[in-house]
Structures are given as structure tokens and as C-alpha cells.
Design a protein. Sequence first.
Length: 434
Amino acid sequence: MLIHEKIAAQLPSWRERVTRLARDYGEIVIGEVTIAQVYGGMREVRSLVTDVSFVDPETGIKLRGLSVPEVLKKLPRPRGAKTPYVGGLFYLLLVGEIPSRAEAETVEAEWARRAEVPDHVFKMLKAMPRETPAMTLLSQAVLALQGGSVFARMYQEGMKKDAYWEAALEDALDLTAKLPLLAAFIYRMKYFGETKKLRSNPRQDYGTNFARLMGVPDRKSYAELARLFFILHSDHESGNASAHATHLVGSTLSDAYYAFSGGLNALAGPLHGLATQEAVKWLLSVLDTFGGVPGRDELYKFAWDTLNDGRVIPGYGHAVLRVPDPRFIAQLEFARARFPDDDLLRLAGLVYEVVPQVLKEQGKAKNPAPNVDAISGTLQYHYGVREFDFYTVLFGVGRALGVTANLVWARALGQPIERPKSLTTAMLEEAAKT
């Protein structure tokens, strides 16, 4: 397999780098932990390592060192398409190099070969109550696939440590191959009562397959969005909740299915993956209040009323970024090129012009600029995907690309089980006296 060969060729030098750092420079201090960080959710505690992505406060997410505009420009595209192959992005995350068209298509072909979902998974999903949350269904489906884990089987057979990454790669490819089909089946079953088994088309790329499986009206255009959405949501360092949960579970040598289910469960939390739907709800409340897109002054007052009422404006502000999220900009440009007259899009653009100024005047937000969630749901809404709790499922499909790439490299470099040390409140009080 091409990706296997590429990673195998890199591993000797990578392992030497990691060994040398730990052996010769292990005592070097790279940060200090404060009491505020201990009580503040370990914010900015520098204790994880990943070369797959990095969030630069001034330029946004870097995927293997490349900015979002660079990634979207350099990755190969399906013929006649405007957005790149998702397989090319997965190749980049795993290998660290921009693939050729043929290399990206090799990943797409691997996914096509591995995309079939076992019947017992569909049976399990159909047996669940109709009111079961979409994210619960996806997490359960991922766990239902665990019986096919190559890593779990090979570990039981006595696999050597230096082969862990190879088995993890097999699981990563198998899992990511099946997620679009699972997500689409959950969508059509939960919201439309359709229970017919879905199948992938091996002649279609990841995004085109997903658009067809979802059954949206404008499939060609939605396929472009699907590719963009999955690429933009793929990774966000190892410290965000879904990535960290996946890493933590995986550090126990649980396989990709167990680990990613944990990541999905973290993503389902209101403080992580629900911002997209909250942003759309807020935009719709503005349209409803004014009977359409308001004027600039009306929106300015509405934004202040929202804040003065003790509520937040969803999609604005970011824990790390100090500039508009490039993922927001990429989606805004995508939408303006395709449906510039859409009222929800026009409002999202106006909010981008007005709300940052309001937040600056309020003085509480460190970064008043929009993040990716400020517009992601707007694009889905335009294409008819208006079941808000499904947006997190879409997020999960994209996020799988980054967290499984990280999992492969964690096993390749022998990263240990994660076990931070806890302190008591009395210990912190004692430390505060010094």
C-alpha cells in the first residue's frame, strides 16, 4: 500500500529524532503550569506533541505546516471540480507531503475497497428508538465496527511494538472509509424513516459518494461542499476535546474504533461540537425578528441586545486564534461564489462586518472574529440539510481524518499511555503561600 510505504520510509529518522529528544534533552523545561491553568482546564499547558496540525494564533490552523489557503490550492482535485480530493488531504496528514493526483486517487481507491459496512451495524442502528440522538447513533455504529479491528486482532496474536502503527493504519483506513456511508444512513433513517441499506459507489470520490448517499437535491454542488467541509474540519491540534479524547483512549492501546468513539462523545458536548447549530439558530432568529436581512444599524442594536440579555453570539471568538478563522473565510468565499443572494448567507456576511465591532466595544472577547462555526451551518442549511443536531455528525466525519492520522503516528513513535499527575486543593493553597 502506498501510504504504508511512505510512512515506513520516514519512520527510522522520526524515531531517532524522538529518541534523541527524550534521551538527551528530556530535562529541558518548555513551560510552567499556573494555578489558573490547573483550575482552567489545562488551557495553554504545553504537554502534547503532534506534527499533523498546529493552530497559529495569527494565521490559523496549519495542516502539516500548510495554511488553509495553501492546502486548498495545492491539493489535487477531481477532474472538473473546484474543491480537492478528501483522499489527498488524508494522504497529506498521514505522509506529510502534498500528493500527486495519482497518489490522492490511491487513497480514494483504498476507501472504495473498504467502504462496505457489515449488516449487523445496520441492524443495530435500525433497532434503536427513533428519538436517539444522531451522535449517539454514530458513536454506537463506530463501536459496532470494532469487532473488525485489525489492531485488536493482531495485538491478541502477539504483534510486535514496531508494527503497531501498521495495524493502526489499517483500522484508520477502514474506519474513515465507512463513515460517510454510516452518516448518510443515520441521516436518512432518523429524519426520513428510510432504512434501505446504502452502498458506496467505487467510481465516485469521497465527497461525491457522500452527496449521493445523502440524497440532497443539488448533488454536484453539495459534493464540492462535502469535500471542503471534511477537509476544513479534519484536525485542530491534539488539545481540543475530541482530538484529545481520541488520543487519550488510544494511548491505552485501545484500537481506533474505541478511541474515535471516545472522541465523538467529546464532540457531542455543548462546549465543543454544538456551536454550528447554535450559530444557525441565532442567524435564523435575526431573520425572523426583522422579516429578512436587517440593516446594519438594526443588526448592531440586535447584537447588543443579545449581549445585554446575558447571551452570547455563537460562532464568534476562539480560544487560540486572534484573527478571523481561515476556515470561515474559505466557506464564505465558497458560498458567495455559488449562492450570493441567499438571505442566510447575506446575513452571515453582515454579521461578520458588524459583530466583531460590537464585541470589541463590549471589551470581553480576546478575539471578536468569527470561527469556523459561524458559517458552517449556513452552507448546510442552503443545501437543505436543516436537521441541526446532524451538523455534529458531519463534524465527526471530518474530524476522523485528523485524529486517526494522529493515532497512527502516536503508535509509530511509541507514545506512552497518558497519565498526568493530580494535586489536592490543599497542595495548591500551600503552593500559593510561597
